[in-house]
Design a protein around this ligand. Structure first.
Ligand SMILES: [Zn+2]
Length: 303
């Protein structure tokens, strides 16, 4: 399943092709993904300019020139592929970015939605949404409707920027008896942080996933030094993964135009039974199950 850094990598790959382009038309190969597509979906998109391609949690958000937002979620297996239009110049083709990544479905029967773009900075291009398992989602949000939209109104702070500070975590964690692992995965507190990166961030900060979240907040509601360190670890973990994904975007010419997921090397996730990678730590990585998900951690240095 794509995690937030992969979604951000896809966004960065699509941005130079989509921003500033106009949607000439949209081909729908089926009426639904995880949910039915909005009524008159293709008609409502045709002729619209794309002002900005952003992201919130794991949703790609294309802001259109009539104030509507097209929200796209990749689900479990969704990917985006960029194809230069048949009549594109060689120069335009060379500028189409892509990243190869983890095995992506190339089965054309799973190409469910195709956006035909014109007048963009990279020339005419086709963006193909492929999703074998169809847990993906596309919807249209009316102007000004993000704040009250059921998919977005309960989402917590983004884990990528300065919003995720020790101070913010102190506000969110004060009085919470829930384990740190569960608190970090709670999408109402922090949006888009998944199981893998929570394990990695806790390992970096040397904090036990079982420790009560509220134990890192002082009595007067301030962040302890360890909570400040956790905020930094979360941001760095995500930033490093986004940087790793970005490096896969660099080699445009070799790319097949597909944008999906990359394999990233993890310090603790998936390493049960291996030696802890913290210098001078003799711990062996353990796996436990918390709220139905695997947690990997070092029982020696994570306290
Ligand atoms: Zn250790």
């Amino acid at each position: 399943m794509p995690e937030l850094p992969e979604v951000e990598t896809v966004r960065r790959g699509l941005q130079p092709v989509m921003e500033g382009a106009t949607i000439a038309d949209v081909t729908l190969r089926r009426p639904d993904l995880r949910l039915p597509l909005p009524e008159r979906f293709a008609e409502r998109l045709a002729g619209r300019g794309i002002d900005h391609l952003g992201r919130r949690a794991k949703y790609l958000l294309a802001e259109l020139d009539d104030g509507t937002t097209l929200a796209i979620h990749l689900g479990m297996s969704g990917s985006m592929r960029i194809e230069a239009a048949d009549d594109a110049t060689a120069d335009a083709r060379a500028r189409v970015p892509g990243a190869f990544l983890f095995p992506r479905s190339t089965t054309l029967t799973h190409d469910h939605v195709v956006f035909h773009l014109k007048d963009g900075p990279s020339g005419p291009a086709t963006i193909v949404f492929n999703d074998p398992r169809r847990f993906g989602l596309m919807t249209l949000i009316e102007p000004g409707g993000m704040e009250t939209h059921p998919l977005f109104r309960h989402l917590g702070i983004e884990p990528t920027g300065n919003a995720l500070s020790g101070e913010a975590l102190a506000r969110l964690f004060a009085g919470k008896a829930a384990p740190l692992k569960a608190a970090l995965l709670d999408q109402r507190l922090i949006a888009g942080l998944g199981n893998i990166y929570v394990c990695e961030a806790l390992w970096r900060a040397r904090l036990s996933p079982r420790r009560a979240a509220g134990s890192l907040v002082t009595r007067d509601g301030k962040a302890t030094k360890r909570l400040e360190a956790l905020a930094l670890s979360v941001r760095e973990t995500i930033a490093d993964a986004i940087a790793a994904g970005g490096s896969t975007l660099k080699d445009y010419r070799q790319a097949d135009g597909s944008l999906g997921y990359f394999q990233h090397s993890f310090a603790v996730y998936g390493r049960e039974g291996e030696a802890c990678r913290h210098e001078n730590c003799r711990g062996i990585i353990s796996r436990i199950v918390q709220s139905g998900r695997s947690t990997f951690f070092c029982p020696i240095c994570q306290r």
